[in-house]
Design a protein around this ligand. Structure first.
Ligand code: ADE
Length: 254
């Protein structure tokens, strides 16, 4: 897979793309990354990429011409380029979107800055994404977050194939819950013991405890995830009790 970013701050990506799992995945050829400097497609002495909005208002907008010229140049370089614009007005990024994007061959992230972008630039977007309901100073951090979430799903990126399956937000059968609590040595730390069952070596009981812990944590911290989680009938009843306990009344969706 190749991931590219169009940005006015290409240097922002350097450390993130060469450190830890992402760095190793790049070294092993699991993904390639290239940042393009938007200013390379400007023609004036100041390499201007922004201008004041028509109709007035605060701040500056990114101009359409450098973006259009850059995309006309970059997109056709290889076939099948999926173009993603980052904006707080985009669809919410989540694990399902990460999984869908992980199957693309080539993705180009377009990172907005300033107060937004001339609307005509969005004609190039295959999709617009937001990483959450808050406003960042630009799309670069969003592009790095999304790249991280995608790359760790690529075969071979994490040492253990299982580790991206059995975790919070893992989708598919019995998916959709937060991850269960985990512990490592020592067995007792400042008076807090690791749950006895995890020391028992009884794998069936351990699996049962983990499933229940995942259900409990999700009901407590993210009850909004319960309706979409893949639960057994018994777990649905238990979730209703847990949500009532932690948050007061809960009416499951029909
Ligand atoms: N640019 C500014 N805020 C953003 C957000 N929340 N997600 C993606 N891109 C953004």
């Amino acid at each position: 897979m190749k991931i590219e970013a169009l940005t006015v701050f290409p240097g922002m990506f350097d450390d993130v793309m060469s450190t830890s799992i992402l760095g190793r995945a790049r070294e092993r050829g699991i993904f390639e990354f290239e940042a393009h400097d938007l200013r390379d497609w400007t023609h004036d002495r100041h390499r201007t990429v922004d201008d004041a909005p028509y109709g007035g208002g605060q701040g500056m907008l990114m101009k359409v011409e450098p973006i259009a010229e850059a995309l006309d140049d970059i997109i056709p370089r290889t076939p099948s380029c999926h173009v993603v614009f980052f904006t707080p007005c985009g669809a919410r990024f989540d694990q399902h979107v990460a999984e869908r994007l992980a199957s693309q061959e080539r993705i180009l992230f377009v990172c907005g800055r300033y107060e937004g972008m001339d609307e005509r630039a969005y004609a190039y977007a295959d999709e617009c994404l937001s990483i959450g309901d808050y406003v960042l100073t630009g799309g670069e951090l969003a592009a790095m977050v999304v790249t991280d979430a995608i790359v760790r799903l690529l075969p071979g990126a994490l040492g253990d194939e299982q580790s991206s399956k059995d975790e919070s937000f893992a989708t598919g059968e019995r998916g959709g819950l937060l991850e269960y609590a985990q512990y490592t040595r020592p067995a007792t730390f400042r008076g807090q013991d690791v749950p006895e069952v995890l020391l028992s070596g009884d794998h069936a009981r351990i699996a049962q405890w983990r499933r229940h812990d995942a259900l409990e944590r999700t009901c407590r911290w993210r009850p909004d995830l319960i309706d979409a989680a893949d639960l057994t009938a018994e777990e649905c009843l238990e979730a209703a009790v847990l949500i009532e306990r932690y948050h007061g009344s809960h009416t499951p969706e029909e």
